[in-house]
Structure formats: structure tokens, C-alpha cells
Write a protein that binds this ligand. Structure first.
Ligand SMILES: NC(=O)c1ccc[n+]([C@@H]2O[C@H](COP(=O)([O-])OP(=O)(O)OC[C@H]3O[C@@H](n4cnc5c(N)ncnc54)[C@H](OP(=O)(O)O)[C@@H]3O)[C@@H](O)[C@H]2O)c1
Length: 198
């Protein structure tokens, strides 16, 4: 377990029916058009300041490949100059110095390599890696941003879990864009009481 006050967050954006991409991996539906009058506006300065608090990113190889495709289309690299760890057993192109590849035991990697060095560790997908992170009990927090759309089928937020994971709702924010951002602490982690009985 953690030897520092580090925090592992899983964050993704999903459709209301819980998908992070279509079956073929496309995410064209992320561009939703809605207006929720009572919602908050995302302040770019606040977002920029918040992103500075993230110390490193972890992602699966398929998410990395999507990020590379975005970049090739001129849409930029979403992870700034922060260290970005890509989980893969393949030999993928390394497009910048901040990218590092890892293959193997995820619990060992997070607890022995990342937690002692980084305080705010963000898992940014996809479903396979998020499922692995939860199954291994590595996540302290889940941030789930729901867009105002149903896509019917696709890649789920979490790949199969083998047990229930009790959560504590810590924040709810609704935005003018129609997005609802939910933050949950994983019960039993970092002082959040664990599940007793149901
Ligand atoms: N909506 C959102 O916010 C959001 C966020 C992220 C991603 N996405 C979308 O989700 C899709 C990708 O998700 P996904 O669930 O299919 O895949 P993924 O989680 O991004 O990647 C899974 C792959 O990571 C590698 N991997 C996982 N654990 C590993 C370990 N311990 N050691 C070595 N390699 C490991 C394996 O690939 P190898 O074969 O390379 O070993 C595995 O097939 C993309 O379409 C992306 O656009 C959406």
C-alpha cells in the first residue's frame, strides 16, 4: 500500500449509458451540444490551475494510440509536460520524452514506483486499465463526467469487476454544457470509512 500521502484518481468522460468510446474506439460523440441554464461555466484559468495539481498520468496503450491520432490530426497533446506512463506489452512509438512505457504488475508499479514519487496520480483510461486499477484496489478516487448523450453500445467505463466497490459521493457539479461531473472516494481508502453491511 501507499507509503506517502499520494492519491490515485481514475478520470474519464462517458455517455449517460456508461461508455467511454464506441466499439471501434471512436469518440466523435464527445462533441455534444446542449445548454443547461443553471449550470456552471468552466473557467479556463481554474482548469489550467487544476491541471497543474496533477503530477503524472497513467493510461492503457489503446488510449495512448487515440491520443497519438488526435495529435496527428492537429488536436494537440492533452497531458502537457507531465510524465505520462503508458501500459503496453508492445513496441509503440515514443513521441516525447515525458512518455514512458511499462509492462507487468500494475500494483507493484503504482505502489513501489509511482506513489513514492508522485502525489496526484491520474489514470485516464481506458476501460481495461480502469478495471485493472479498481480490481487491484489501487484507486482512491473515481471522477466520472457524464455527457448528455446515449450511444447504445461501446467500450464500458470499467472492464469487468469481480466484486462490489463501495463509494462515497464527494462532489457533484453540473455545467452549462450539460455535463455532470461526479467525484467519488473509494471507501476503505485514505480515511474514508469502508463498507460495513448492506
Ligand atoms: N471517454 C474518455 O474519457 C476516454 C478516456 C480514455 C480512453 N478512451 C477511449 O477508450 C478506448 C481505449 O480503451 P480500452 O479499454 O479499449 O483500452 P486501454 O485501457 O486504453 O488499453 C488497454 C491495453 O493496455 C495494455 N495494458 C493494460 N494493462 C497492462 C499491463 N499491466 N501491462 C502491460 N500492458 C497493459 C494492453 O495493451 P497491449 O496489447 O499494448 O499490451 C491492453 O490491451 C479508446 O477508444 C479511447 O479513445 C476514452
Amino acid at each position: 500500500m501507499a507509503t506517502t500521502d499520494s492519491r490515485v484518481t481514475i478520470h474519464m468522460v462517458a455517455s449517460l449509458d456508461g461508455f467511454i468510446a464506441r466499439k471501434d474506439g471512436s469518440v466523435d460523440w464527445l462533441e455534444t451540444a446542449d445548454e443547461f441554464e443553471d449550470g456552471d461555466t468552466m473557467d479556463p484559468e481554474f482548469v489550467a490551475a487544476f491541471l497543474k495539481t496533477i503530477d503524472c498520468y497513467v493510461m492503457g496503450s489503446r488510449t495512448y494510440e487515440t491520443a497519438l491520432n488526435f495529435e496527428a490530426k492537429g488536436l494537440g497533446w492533452a497531458y502537457g509536460d507531465k510524465p505520462t506512463f503508458v501500459l503496453t506489452s508492445r513496441d509503440l512509438p515514443r513521441t516525447r520524452d515525458t512518455v514512458e512505457f511499462y509492462s507487468g504488475d500494475l500494483a507493484q508499479f503504482v505502489n513501489e514506483r509511482l506513489r513514492p514519487t508522485f502525489r496526484s496520480i491520474w489514470f485516464v483510461g481506458g476501460g481495461v486499465v480502469s478495471g485493472e486499477c479498481l480490481r487491484l484496489g489501487l484507486a482512491d478516487e473515481v471522477r466520472y463526467s457524464i455527457l448528455p448523450i446515449l450511444v447504445g453500445d461501446g467500450i464500458p467505463f470499467f472492464d469487468k469487476l469481480d466484486r462490489d466497490i463501495a463509494l462515497h459521493l464527494s462532489e457533484v457539479k453540473a455545467y452549462k454544457s450539460g455535463m455532470v461531473a461526479l467525484s467519488y472516494d473509494v471507501r476503505g481508502h485514505q480515511g474514508v470509512p469502508g463498507k460495513t453491511t448492506t
